[in-house]
Design a protein around this ligand. Structure first.
Ligand code: IPD
Ligand code: CA
Length: 271
């Protein structure tokens, strides 16, 4: 790890800046006068608040640690002189945010030399702040969390999500036709970071989704891992860092392999 980097210090800063952003987001969640434009497709929205929150967070990070780099979903791209790079999703679950649905969150992770070592996911409408530091466990509102011990996919509550591209959605719906009859039920919360944190705290037994960007999963995957879950890709490889087309799978250790096989057989790796 880069010299002088303390994962706990990075975690506490992640919580502080994510909370700052989440307060701004919560104040506007569900507002009817939000200015919205679309990004990749007509159903992929970005609002003025996504950009404001990203600016707020990046400015706070630069003020606290001027040598660090930062990459954000809405365009922040600051090189790192310190070896630390922040990954920022100013609003994960932008559609939930537009409608005022709890689950929209601010997700902030710190990466050191390519490894995520600290992260925070703040979901203000549920009143949840998840945080983790590498090797030091994961918490919800300061209390340690742990994933479930469910082993049988038939008894597992599984989260998933859908991309914005209609062709991808069709494939993801076809995967769901195969998965749904084989599990307890499916939840579509609308925010990948929350799906991962909920695997960590036992509100879900498992999760899979293809097509995420690194800022969607970086903090949530650390929370899930530090809470005892296994997080990997559907093809059995490590986390899909830099591979946005990989399908991420997360579950407790007793469930992970059977869930991975189940969703792979259903075609999730190609969806
Ligand atoms: C989206 C959410 C959603 C997932 C999509 C993501 P955004 O992030 O995490 O749950 O299904 O794949 O793009 O666009 O709201 O930041
Ligand atoms: Ca986003």
């Amino acid at each position: 790890m880069a010299q002088g980097v303390d994962p706990l210090e990075l975690r506490d800063l992640a919580v502080a800046v994510a909370t700052l952003g989440a307060d701004r987001m919560a104040a506007r969640a569900g507002a009817r006068d939000l200015r919205v434009v679309t990004k990749t497709t007509a159903t992929d929205p970005v609002t003025e608040v996504d950009r404001e929150v990203e600016d707020l967070i990046v400015s706070a990070l630069v003020a606290a640690r001027p040598g660090d780099g930062a990459v954000g979903e809405e365009g922040a791209d600051r090189p790192s002189a310190s070896g630390v790079r922040w990954l920022v999703d100013p609003i994960d679950g932008t559609v939930d945010f537009l409608y005022g649905i709890p689950g929209c969150n601010v997700s902030v992770a710190a990466e050191v030399e390519g490894t995520v070592v600290a992260g925070a996911v703040v979901d203000p409408l549920h009143g949840d702040a998840f945080a983790a530091a590498q090797g030091l466990g994961a918490t919800r509102n300061g209390t340690p969390i742990a994933c479930t011990t469910v082993a049988d996919p038939a008894l597992a509550l599984i989260g998933t999500g859908f991309g914005y591209d209609p062709a991808r959605r069709r494939r993801q719906a076809q995967v769901l036709v195969e998965v749904l009859p084989q599990v307890r039920d499916i939840r579509r919360v609308g925010a990948a970071a929350i799906d991962l944190c909920w695997v960590g705290c036992g509100r879900l037994d498992g999760y899979y989704e293809r097509g995420l960007q690194v800022w969607d999963w970086a903090a949530g995957a650390l929370v899930a891992t530090e809470a005892g879950s296994v997080v990997g890709s559907v093809d059995g490889l490590n986390l899909p860092g830099g591979l946005p087309d990989a399908c991420i799978v997360a579950a407790g250790p007793a469930l992970f392999e059977s869930l991975r096989t189940l969703v792979a057989d259903a075609g999730a790796g190609r969806a």
